[in-house]
Design a protein around this ligand. Structure first.
Ligand SMILES: Nc1ncnc2c1ncn2[C@@H]1O[C@H](COP(=O)(O)OP(=O)(O)OP(=O)(O)O)[C@@H](O)[C@H]1O
Ligand SMILES: [Mg+2]
Ligand SMILES: [Zn+2]
Length: 292
């Protein structure tokens, strides 16, 4: 479990607040909640909000032992403002949690679509495809659309994969996990240790449980045959559940097919999946940037 700086109680408080504000809004709209049905009389009064001016306020009341109990609705614009603010806070907190859980390597944390330079027309196209993928996430997710980022070192495949992950999390609060073939194999190996609390199935469940999985370094044979089979099992399970996967590789598309099997690469191309090729010189050397 990853460490959360907010804890779930804050999320729960905000969710409760959003639901209460929703009820306030429908009350302001004239719907009396079941719990208030004992208030057997109602009227509408014109009143004024300091911020938003005149509005129709609902008053419900009842007489009980000669006393009056009453309730008033609030200004609908005020409620809407509060609702918007609460939803924004919830989105921010959830996004921060998801970003933490996404396992974005430290040196890539500042990577975004905005600071990716379209160094040539292919880079521009790849950038546009990935931005469109993030913007249309719901459609991509529902169709299980996968992507392959294939090409030369230093062309920004990881940069763009991180930008994609961040954009999907921030816009859509989806769960994303960045990993690599090596990490997957290590996670599987650890389950074989005596006393390991996790089973192989737990590891597979971890990688098949996120909305979007990004797998780096596909094409490097790190493990034994049986370990590689687990990797394919993860990809296959995601495919069968129609969950999208992004594969990053230094291999050419044909070589990727050869390695993970045409069956899987063909499948990845389903649902408008695309192979994005990065076939130009390294940005690292072109910028004299430190080699990362
Ligand atoms: N077009 C670009 N605009 C801005 N920064 C870039 C661009 N291309 C690469 N970079 C930067 O160069 C560095 C290397 O990029 P990255 O690690 O994403 O390359 P890669 O394609 O994954 O390479 P490799 O195949 O070696 O893993 C990163 O710091 C990245 O932010
Ligand atoms: Mg890389
Ligand atoms: Zn108001």
């Amino acid at each position: 479990m990853s460490y959360s700086i907010y804890g779930n109680s804050q999320i729960q408080t905000l969710k409760t607040r959003i639901s209460t504000l929703g009820e306030d809004l429908s009350f302001a709209d004239g719907t009396v909640p079941d719990i208030d049905r004992c208030f057997n009389q109602q009227e509408k009064l014109t009143t004024s909000c300091e911020k938003h001016g005149q509005y129709q306020r609902l008053r419900i009341w009842m007489e009980y032992n000669g006393r009056v109990a009453e309730k008033f609705s609030r200004c609908p614009h005020c409620i809407n403002d509060e609702l918007e603010a609460a939803k924004n806070s919830l989105r921010t907190i959830q996004s921060n949690e998801l970003i933490e859980k996404a396992n974005i390597p430290e040196r890539f944390t500042s990577c975004s679509f905005d600071n990716y330079e379209a160094v040539n027309s292919a880079a521009q196209r790849n950038l546009s495809v990935l931005k469109a993928y993030a913007n249309n996430w719901e459609k991509m997710y529902n169709a299980g659309t996968s992507l392959i980022l294939s090409g030369k070192p230093g062309t920004g495949k990881n940069h763009l994969a991180v930008a994609l992950a961040k954009s999907i999390i921030e816009q859509h609060q989806a769960s994303v996990l960045l990993t690599s073939v090596m990490r997957i194999i290590r996670a599987v190996r650890r389950t074989w240790d005596k006393g390991s609390e996790r089973s192989e199935d737990d590891v597979i469940a971890m990688y098949t449980g996120v909305d979007l999985l990004v797998i780096d370094e596909v094409g490097i044979h790190y493990g034994s045959e049986s370990e590689m089979i687990i990797l394919f099992d993860i990809m296959n399970t995601r495919y069968e559940r129609m969950l999208p996967t992004v594969i990053i590789s230094n291999l050419a598309p044909a070589e990727i097919s050869q390695m993970i099997g045409e069956r899987l690469t063909d499948r990845m191309a389903e649902g408008d999946g695309a192979t994005l090729v990065f076939d130009w010189g390294s940005y690292r050397s072109s910028k004299g940037a430190p080699s990362v």
